[in-house]
Design a binder for this molecule. Sequence first.
Ligand SMILES: Nc1ncnc2c1ncn2[C@@H]1O[C@H](COP(=O)(O)OP(=O)(O)OP(=O)(O)O)[C@@H](O)[C@H]1O
Ligand SMILES: [Mg+2]
Length: 732
Amino acid sequence: MGSYSLAMNNNFYASQLNERQLEVVTDTENPVLVLAGAGSGKTRSLIYRTAYLIKEKQVHPWNILIVTFTNKAARELQERLEKLLNIPVRSLWVGTFHAICCRILRFESAHLPFNANFSIYDEDTQKSLLKKIYKEYGFDKQSFPINNILTRISRYKNKLMLPEDIKFQGEDKDSEFATFLNIYRLYQQQLLLNQALDFDDILLWTAKLLLNNNTVREKYRAQFQYVMIDEYQDTNKAQFEIVHQIAGGHQRVCVVGDDDQAIYSFRGASLRNILEFEKDYNSVHSIRLEQNYRSTGNILALANAVIANNRRRHSKELWSELPVGDKPVLAVYENEIEEANRITDAILKLQRKGIPLREIAVLYRTNAQSRVFESALIQAEIPYSIVGGVQFYQRKEIKDLLAYLYVLSNLNDNESLLRIINEPARGIGQTSINRLIGFANKTRISLFSAIQNVEAIEELGNPAKKRISEFCLMLERWQQSVSRKPALEMVKTIVEELELISHYQNSNDPQDIARAENLVEFVTSVSEFSEHFYQENEREPLIADYLPYVALQTDLDRVKENMDSIRLMTLHNAKGLEFEAVFIAGLEDELLPHRMCMNNQDSIEEERRLFYVGITRAKNYLHLSYTKSRRLYDTFYFPVPSQFLTEVDSRLFYHSDGDFGIAQPPKRIKKTNKVITESQKYYKIGQKVFHPEYGLGVILSVDGEGEDARLTISFGNRLAKIIGRYLMKNEE
Ligand SMILES: Nc1ncnc2c1ncn2[C@@H]1O[C@H](COP(=O)(O)OP(=O)(O)OP(=O)(O)O)[C@@H](O)[C@H]1O
Ligand SMILES: [Mg+2]
């Protein structure tokens, strides 16, 4: 590593930062808390602080840990830092909590009940694991809905509680809670059998390791001399503990965040961490930033007015030296189609003014709202990228291929093995598979060992044995090279030998053609990863290097920065980003605030923060809209403008009925049938409902009463069975 002795002129920092920001950058030896509003330069200060540590304080990048909220933010931070320093900074530890923890767990696997090549299970795999447990032990899906169980398990894990940590006194063995605990225990056993972790485990095991193992803790305390966390307001207990175990000793920690932008409480994040930081660390240097460098005055005025309605907050007012600029436009449209078309027109106008498409974002509350925008943009031939929509890595063909990689790197991964045993079809039927599972369970070996010993399974006929051992030979052959062959070559070998792409390409089904294209795109992405990895590590990555990376990728990370396309995303996904122009659509009660969040003051405040996050993404142009009617299933309903619009002074907006004229300020329309009353908790056929994931839907059948009712709901063109209580909760 070269020397960083070439100090920058101190004036350099002063020319790039205001005085308060300069304090954040230069007070490197004390705990620093930056609790400050949107666009006030928190992230920027972290970048300069890192540069300052490396250049002026000669801290080795290896001794610095920076945690960001997304993988993309981590990459950007690294790039901006390298530009500032004019040298590559490879050994810096920068990433999301999950990425950093994965790295630690792989290094420290000797202290853990799983090996370094553990698999990472996503929600789908978690569910199929639970389903199997239910089947084997006879748990009732109706009384213990899988989604509900997963949420409860996740809550416990975020609080660092494994089944054995949960105190369980004096309760009936058959009680609901006892059964839950039993499921949790079996689930956790199964994960370990598969040598697999779910997402919460990644944090939980790291936190527990640091808490319980002095040697490991001291090692990371010694390495991470300087610790910095962005978006600290959205951390949970496990994340708090990880930071505290590492930084609690030397106390050289700087956290930045904004209590007004806390939007992940449904995932277990707690404002407690940022609000109590001064108690958790000694003589904290607390710095407030109030100058906003992002948005023009009129946009900021609206942001301030909106968030002022929250009662539970640290009051802060943002101000800006930027010109007042245009007032935020508030438009009302006939329906969602008109909304999408008129917004598309406005986008074309902005484009003609010279604003690049990637500087324009359309934000909405639920993923389901993207569809109409997509059609409108396609018609207008405007390229767009959906950020965090349908997950690329969740597609069937990609997950199948990934399952091959998981099996090759972790032979204990039964779930992945089951996924590929007859995929692509090789004539191994369900009966044979069940016999294999039975044999593995009986003899207490992994499924892979069962396959290796297929000759010993009497229940299997000869043709089945033959097919299974062919499959086994193929895996063994690949497995021999997996620890030597570069990831890219390995992936290409599998794709080519299985003829995956040509298999899909030769079909007439457009969906298969798309699958072939996705596989090509997948190989491309492995090749990109390999190039990047090579630059950083000066060697080719193996599958074991690639898997932890890909498991933590989201579609947030796949958008190509330079691609000139409109960005479509939910408000949640917009956190930390900024754009020249921002459209927020569907500002209606029951969409924002979301129906699930309207019956409780705390969740209304969280929804208001979400709106605040959206507004404060805009630099120069902000366009808000709501509609008079919205189609749901086959009927129209008539939404009410969002309470967040009506509770602020209507003079803050430029009222438009689209592009022309000035419309009436929104009036509160008398609510009919919209308040959630006790009687409405009882569901009726034809009733319109919202689900955080699927969006708007209509009830087609009701089985049971109240919260426990089992509902069949049509969400546009797909049907789902959902228990009533999931419509009342906010789980995105
Ligand atoms: N002192 C400054 N001089 C010039 N530009 C600045 C300054 N401080 C911040 N900026 C710019 O203002 C914008 C917002 O900064 P940044 O993204 O760091 O804010 P933030 O507080 O992290 O916002 P958020 O709360 O939305 O994450 C960026 O474009 C940044 O480069
Ligand atoms: Mg930021």
